[in-house]
Ligand binder design. Sequence first.
Ligand code: RB5
Length: 148
Amino acid sequence: MIAIASDHAGYQLKSGLIEYFKAKKLAYRDLGTNSLDSVDYPDFGFKLGKEVSSGNYEFGIAICGTGIGISISANKVKGIRAALIYDENTAKLAKEHNNANIIAFGGRTTKLEDAIRYFEVFKNTEYQLRHQKRIDKITLFEEKKCQH
Ligand code: RB5
């Protein structure tokens, strides 16, 4: 199951991705927003982050105008590693190296066909366990169990 959320600037790209999920029969949960009416991206970044941190989703997709604000917001939620994706390489490395649990797209910067391609690359790439030491450092810092 994939969780997806956007603000108004990401609404159209979110709708396009949802059409793709439907066509491919991929399970998803749409956390809004549900129109082009202006909303605040932190509300949707926090909501998505909380859902994904529950562990009930394969990963999440966050979309705002640039993907920046909503990924910053999602990253404030404990356990979230949200990565802004802008090409196939970042899609691949966000999984291989960072084991991102949210990928972020810019609705005003990324075409639907490209977002679909990056989504597929991320989904079909395996995390490389050799990077776990670095992720553990992030987790320890987040849990205030280390000094930096
Ligand atoms: C909304 O206009 C815009 O600021 C937002 O979608 C996003 O790009 C922020 O990072």
